[in-house]
Write a protein that binds this ligand. Structure first.
Ligand SMILES: Cc1cc2nc3c(=O)[nH]c(=O)nc-3n(C[C@H](O)[C@H](O)[C@H](O)COP(=O)(O)O)c2cc1C
Length: 199
């Protein structure tokens, strides 16, 4: 059994990305993984309080619980809605805050969500710019859930689809990468002291 954290970046309380997150948790549990849906909707925008600046530090107490859960996870599903052709600010803020001790050298599956035919831009954005400092490892596969309302209606009604099959497969691969990357973290070669900010 692998502990897999799910992070959804919708800014809307009833956002489809959150609904996709619940569906993914259900799929992971069916495959005997432990799914931990971490709510980041109250996460403040990064500021120096996170690095200990006293006047700003109090609000970051809320990160401690999230940090512990990230450290306990061996893989991540990061779900981002496409907002104006970008990953949501909530997701990029999360990736700015999460550090190597929490997510470094652990595999991540990106899931893009679009109400219409979009969803690709946030994936390109996150693959290119998001892991230099935190050392999270995106796996080669990603999933774009287009026409998300129809998708959710279908899967919640017990109907399969090509997208649902892709999601199942990508989650299976994520589980395998979670096991494989344990060796990297335990190799003794990881050196965050000399190279804290990536390359
Ligand atoms: C501010 C904003 C910008 C959006 N821009 C896009 C977009 O560029 N491309 C797209 O396919 N959908 C866009 N959408 C619609 C989302 O795809 C839709 O809301 C979908 O359900 C995922 O977002 P959600 O998780 O917040 O529901 C946008 C929605 C919002 C609220």
């Amino acid at each position: 059994m692998t502990n897999i954290a799910i992070i959804s970046g919708s800014h809307r309380e009833q956002g489809n990305s959150h609904r996709v997150g619940h569906y993914i948790a259900h799929l992971l549990q069916q495959s005997n993984h432990n799914a931990d849906n971490i709510d980041i909707t109250e996460l403040p925008l990064w500021d120096e309080g996170l690095w200990g600046k006293e006047q700003l530090a109090a609000k970051w107490q809320m990160w401690e619980g999230i940090s512990e859960r990230l450290q306990a996870a061996e893989a991540f599903v990061i779900i981002t809605p496409e907002y104006c052709g970008m990953a949501s600010p909530m997701i990029t803020n999360f990736l700015l805050i999460a550090n190597s001790q929490e997510v470094g050298h652990k595999p991540g599956l990106i899931v893009g969500v679009s109400a219409s035919r979009g969803g690709a831009y946030p994936i390109a954005q996150l693959r290119s710019f998001s892991v230099k400092n935190n050392h999270l490892c995106w796996i080669p596969d990603h999933v774009i859930i287009r026409d998300v309302d129809t998708f959710l209606e279908e899967v919640n009604g017990g109907k399969s689809s090509y997208t649902a099959e892709m999601l199942n497969y990508a989650l299976k691969m994520l589980g395998d990468y979670a096991i494989a990357l344990r060796h990297v973290r335990e190799s003794g070669n990881v050196d965050y002291k000399t190279f804290p900010y990536g390359m």
